[in-house]
Design a protein around this ligand. Structure first.
Ligand SMILES: [Zn+2]
Length: 211
């Protein structure tokens, strides 16, 4: 069975990572899109967000920013939030801490080169959610390490849009951080899911927050 919401044993063990946003008075959820910018699907996501006046956080891959600088600037111009997702989408468990930090620094350079004004403490999300304790220790003073509350599993070809939608709506709760992907793999599911999801979230009275 796929784990959509991380169990307490995991969030407790890795308590210096962010698994949800702090409880607020307003009913809010936090949408995030990983692995872009990707032609076509990132444009689609930006359009759909704009239709309902929603903001989201994009955890971008450095090499994709280098390949698609104009698209990256469109994300910035729409006032969405940017996070670092390494230069080449590396797995922390299979990468030395030195190389991992270099990957993050390279991605940060791509972000800055496009004129992104990063927040005082920039955001980082580990690809595959895989990061070692040593890597966390090396990063946590400099970055907010953002995980998630809900995974849509939108990148799996065997999932159809109804399953992706159900993964999210069945677990929807205040302050949840939701992960979707503006990647080629997830493209079909995101195109079929996102418009309905945004409507459901609005109908349930949530607003869209920035991490
Ligand atoms: Zn990723």
């Amino acid at each position: 069975m796929k784990i959509i919401s991380p169990p307490k044993i995991i969030t407790g063990l890795y308590h210096s990572l962010e698994w949800a946003m702090p409880a607020g008075v307003e009913k809010k959820i936090y949408l995030s899109f990983d692995d872009g910018p990707t032609p076509s699907i990132t444009n689609f996501v930006l359009n759909e967000l704009e239709k309902v006046n929603a903001k989201a956080t994009f955890f971008c891959i450095g090499k994709n920013i280098a390949n698609e600088p104009t698209l990256f600037k469109e994300i910035l111009a729409s006032k969405h939030q940017i996070g670092n997702h390494t230069q080449n989408h590396v797995n922390g468990w299979k990468t030395s801490t030195t190389n991992y930090l270099q990957e993050i620094q390279n991605c940060e350079k791509e972000i800055q080169n496009q004129g992104c004004k990063c927040e005082p403490k920039p955001l980082f999300r580990p690809p595959y959610g895989k990061i070692t304790r040593q890597q966390i220790k090396a990063l946590k003073t400099q970055y907010r390490i953002v995980m998630w509350s809900i995974l849509a599993y939108d990148w799996l070809p065997e999932k159809n849009e109804n399953q992706c939608l159900k993964n999210i709506t069945a677990h929807l709760k205040n302050d949840a951080i939701i992960v979707m992907h503006d990647s080629v793999k997830a493209s079909e599911n995101v195109k079929k899911t996102l418009p309905t999801l945004l409507q459901i979230v609005k109908d349930k009275g949530f607003s869209f927050g920035l991490i």
